[in-house]
Design a protein around this ligand. Structure first.
Ligand code: AMP
Ligand code: MN
Ligand code: MN
Ligand code: MN
Length: 276
């Protein structure tokens, strides 16, 4: 059996609803999954409210993925097994998603000034149920309108840090995120360390009280995986891994179950009862 500890739904920038994601994960024979939407636990709340959690036949880790502040690099931190009703967490997530609304509106304005025909309503249509509006949604609008062949191209040209339409997130420091996850009863895991493109930053984060590191990731080759497993061991971090499934045909993995980790890694993060 195998598991996937990094997956997105329609509550952030994924294509599948939480129910569809669970059905796909069950069909693929997965034993554990973590639902890790960007800056929101709304998908997990939806599952609790509709009696989908706990779920028969599959073990679901309630999670999320935070974006930490950094002037040049992208730093993402996963939280596993958080109490999604924790007051401090809920309050902070409200501030963060509110800031995402201001941010997307500023990005749309920048794009308009650059000559792109794009309106806020275009982005909101693509975002659908998601209250965590992201650059992915803006990128999809730009592709839909024929400006770029892929979302990746829209990022390289306009949306990445340092590019003309970029606007920073709500400012959350790494230490603050780790503390927020801990006080909500969860475990903090550094996501896709290779994508930070600077191992000095990675090693610094390893020393800030984080619990785990996502050593297994689609963009990590064998040497990267080995390096991060060794680093995790050196700093006494639990190794984690996941596919970062979003469900879109142009982004690997296109299907649930094609990139997985051994259950033993997931078991180290799983808590049968959500804490409250
Ligand atoms: P945001 O949360 O607004 O910072 O948007 C970040 C999201 O955009 C990530 O979670 C990815 O899903 C997506 N993303 C980031 N970089 C790229 C890229 N180069 N190409 C395509 N999608 C990307
Ligand atoms: Mn994403
Ligand atoms: Mn990420
Ligand atoms: Mn992700």
């Amino acid at each position: 059996m195998s598991s996937d500890l990094h997956m997105h739904t329609t509550y952030s920038d994924g294509k599948l609803t939480p129910e569809e994601l669970i059905a796909a994960a069950k069909a693929a024979g997965l034993r554990y999954i973590a639902i890790t939407d960007h800056d929101t636990v709304d998908g997990v709340a939806h599952l609790y409210e509709n009696n989908y959690l706990p779920c028969k036949g599959i073990r679901i880790i309630p999670g999320l993925e935070f974006s930490a502040h950094h002037p040049t690099q992208e730093i993402h931190i996963l939280g596993y097994n958080i109490d999604i009703y924790n007051r401090e967490l809920v309050d902070k997530l409200n501030d963060v998603s509110e800031a995402r609304w201001t941010r997307f509106s500023e990005m749309v304005e920048k794009l308009q000034k650059l000559g792109y025909d794009i309106r806020e309503t275009d982005v909101l249509t693509v975002a659908g149920a998601s209250k965590s509006i992201s650059r992915s949604h803006i990128g999809r609008v730009l592709v839909k309108k024929g400006y770029f062949p892929t979302v990746r191209d829209a990022f390289s040209e306009l949306l990445q840090k340092g590019k003309p339409a970029y606007v920073p997130h709500y400012r959350l420091e790494v230490g603050e995120i780790i503390e927020l996850i801990h006080q909500a009863g969860g475990m903090a895991v550094l996501a896709h360390p290779k994508l930070i493109f600077d191992d000095a930053i990675v090693e610094n984060i390893c020393q800030q009280g984080i619990d785990g590191m996502e050593c297994f990731y689609p963009q990590h080759d064998e040497a990267d995986t080995k390096k991060y497993l060794e680093m995790a061991e050196r700093y006494h971090l639990k190794p984690s891994g996941g596919s970062d499934f979003h469900g879109f045909p142009t982004r690997f993995p296109t299907e649930v179950g094609v990139f997985t980790v051994d259950d033993a890694y997931a078991e180290a993060f799983y808590q049968p009862e959500p804490q409250s």
